[in-house]
Design a binder for this molecule. Sequence first.
Ligand SMILES: O=P(O)(O)OC[C@H]1O[C@H](O[C@H]2O[C@H](CO)[C@@H](O)[C@H](O)[C@H]2O)[C@H](O)[C@@H](O)[C@@H]1O
Length: 260
Amino acid sequence: MTGLSAELNAALGRLADAEHLLVALDFDGTLAPFVDNPDDSRAIPEAAEAVARLLDVSHTTVAFVSGRAVDSLQRASQAPDGILLVGSHGAEYRFDGVDTHPPLGDADLARVATLSVALEEVSAAHPGTWIEAKPAGFALHTRHLDGHAENAANDAARAAAEAAGVPAKVRDGKNVIEFSVLSVTKGDAIRHLRDYTGATAVLYAGDDVTDEDAFAVLGDGDLSLKCGEGDSVARYRVATPADVADVLARLAELRAATGR
Ligand SMILES: O=P(O)(O)OC[C@H]1O[C@H](O[C@H]2O[C@H](CO)[C@@H](O)[C@H](O)[C@H]2O)[C@H](O)[C@@H](O)[C@@H]1O
């Protein structure tokens, strides 16, 4: 017996029969609980164990798909060999140790530099915020602010990016607002991963607004799993990373039972 709903359990059973299964997972808020310092994030042990079990099953690929820069994702996830890494919301790929860098030309790099100046000014004017640099943009973190101060910082950051004339993609996250000069999404990442792996079915699990782009490109034979509260197009929902770990462990069990 598991604590999973009968409907989710049945969907996992169908997914376990896939010829080639891609298990694509968001990291922060899905495998790892939120903490103040992103460098301190780690997947909960149950999630790490379930991922390791999936990696042992043949014809099964695991990918982490994160808003983090790929270096940060590798450090925090402590991803074992064999896991495909996607960073910067689909702008960076690290497959089998080989990096595909964002296609940043001189004009893009100039925009990143302009964005940096604009957002540093905003951060200096909004105590408690801090900026995380990524190859194609920046995240303004607001975890330590109350709701009113957080809204003010977010509004100021949006206005500063717009005034700087940088055609940036803006993403709202959990206590973070992100600006990138590239407009790729996690949906693009799932399409690429599906092609790259030849997957015949995909499970994607995520907790945040940016994960909706990934859910949106899934089809009938796939499984979308939202972790936590908030509007979502995902078909299934669980409450916490511990629940996500239970889903992954059950999937590993079912898939191993198919004899793969
Ligand atoms: O796509 P994800 O893997 O979910 O990454 C989204 C962002 O995660 C990180 O920030 C979030 O987690 C931090 C650590 O728990 C937390 O302090 C912060 O408030 C959260 O927004 C990461 O730092 C960002 O770069 C990612 O885009």
